[in-house]
Design a protein around this ligand. Structure first.
Ligand SMILES: Cc1ncc(COP(=O)(O)O)c(C=O)c1O
Length: 444
């Protein structure tokens, strides 16, 4: 007799025949069938045809509540008026010049006004480029070579960043001195010597002190996207104090949290200022972007070194991205009330979900902050990445099938978002959909 999972797979195949067909074709044309490794989905991804506001429609005509939001890009939903207008205007003026232009000024004034640690800002094309450039800046300004990062933090996919992001329990090493493991083949082994891996406990401060002479900077995601785990404020305060005392730069990677939790990101919420911060996603208003914010003095020191501090990029600061970026920042500056509203909606979602699973005795929980959330297949709320390692993988996969069945689209690892375009009714539907999804998963 057909089991429940087989019946669901059959139902999903019936609902998404065209996506299934494109998936077969993609695997033949694109390595692994995906343009970004993070986009896999059980049993195969849905192929999206269009998006508007808080919704996506796939090529088979199914409508979903969008909790991918392009991995956190679309704070204002898909196609907000201000961005559409900016694209139309800039389209008529030209897409890319390879020369300076006035949109740089408008964007930069707004960016620097919003970000607490910013006196000056620099734009590139992705968050990955931003962290690469930020770490080069930290090395140039201090004359030291090593960068410390925390186990489980993601800072993009460049060769310096992709160490111990996903944690393998067989290789992770002791809790006070985590091993440094590559996240992919092809990363030169030598780079490991320029990195220090820190744990999310007090041993981090001992390690920083031990390596102070060689450490240019310490990088951290103030809310970890992998797991949606906010870092404790007292831990960040101590990190700020210790790095300052030892002459080590502190880097907050706000590629996800920047402009999402508050206009000034996590720095504004905690009042803790890093020496430099990186951005991406929301600041581009829907188009590819990365950005760095820091003090003028820091840039000056790096520029005055023997070899200077340089960066380039054919598309860096192109007028189209800066037009959509500036339009988005302008909207956010004029509508800061949306942040309080999203904080409240996030509380509603997390409390509603966590109360429900607790009342049912289900081994699930939801973490996150504001409009960022993640469902875990474990009863205990995780606080740090190592707390998430022993989840029920089958339950996570079954949960993914249930999300699709309930017409809610989430990224595969379930780090998820909503935005200002998601109404109270959407949030209500999401909560009911998540409850139905865990009910369904418990029956599988
Ligand atoms: C904290 C953080 N840093 C850096 C990046 C890399 O950004 P991008 O994907 O634009 O290269 C990401 C991407 O999700 C991120 O979450």
């Amino acid at each position: 007799m057909e089991n429940k999972k087989e019946a669901i797979l059959k139902e999903l195949a019936k609902r998404t025949p065209k996506s299934g067909k494109y998936w077969e074709e993609s695997k033949d044309l694109i390595p692994g069938g995906l343009m970004s490794g993070a986009r896999s989905m059980a049993p195969y991804p849905v192929y999206v045809e269009r998006a508007k506001g808080a919704y996506l429609w796939d090529i088979d005509g199914n409508k979903y509540i969008d909790c991918v939001c392009s991995y956190g890009v679309h704070l204002l939903g898909h196609g907000p008026e201000s961005v559409v207008e900016a694209i139309g205007k800039q389209y008529d003026l030209g897409l890319s010049y390879g020369t300076p232009h006035t949109r740089e000024i408008d964007f930069s004034k707004r960016f620097v006004a919003c970000v607490p640690c910013a006196e000056i800002g620099m734009v590139c094309n992705t968050g990955t480029e931003a962290t690469l450039l930020a770490w080069r800046l930290m090395r140039a300004a201090t004359g030291k070579n090593k960068i410390a990062k925390f186990e489980g933090c993601y800072h993009g996919w460049h060769d310096y960043a992709q160490w111990s992001v996903g944690i393998n329990p067989d290789k992770m090493g002791p809790a006070d001195r985590p091993n440094i493991n590559p996240g992919a083949s092809g990363i030169p082994d030598k780079i490991k010597e320029t990195m220090l891996m820190l744990p999310f406990n007090d041993s981090a401060f001992d390690l920083i002190e031990e390596h102070a002479d060689e450490l240019a900077g310490v990088a951290i995601e103030p809310v970890l996207g992998g797991g949606m785990l906010p870092v404790d404020k007292s831990f960040l305060e101590k990190l700020r104090k210790v790095t300052k005392k030892l002459g080590i730069l502190l880097h907050f990677d706000e590629v996800i949290t920047g402009f999402r939790l508050a206009l000034g990101g996590y720095q504004e919420i905690t009042g803790i200022l890093p020496d430099l911060a990186t951005y991406g996603k929301i600041v581009g208003g829907g188009l590819p972007i990365g950005a760095i914010a820091c003090s003028k003095a820091l840039v000056k020191v790096a520029q005055e070194t023997d070899n200077g501090w340089a960066a380039a990029g054919t598309f860096s600061g192109n007028p189209l991205t800066l037009s959509t970026g500036a339009a988005t920042l302008k909207y956010l500056q004029e509508n800061t009330h949306i942040y309080e509203d999203m904080m409240k909606k996030g509380e509603f979602l997390r409390n509603g979900f966590n109360d429900y699973v607790k009342s049912k005795g289900y081994p699930f929980c939801m973490t996150g902050l504001g409009s960022m959330f993640q469902i875990h297949a474990q009863a205990e709320l995780p606080l740090v990445p190592r707390d998430t390692l022993y989840q029920d993988e089958d339950a996570l996969e079954n949960l993914q099938l249930q999300f699709r069945l309930n017409n809610i689209l989430l990224p595969w690892m379930h780090l998820a978002f909503f935005g200002a375009a998601h109404t109270e009714a959407d949030l209500g539907e999401m909560l009911e959909g998540f409850k139905a999804s865990v009910d369904g998963t418990m029956e599988m």
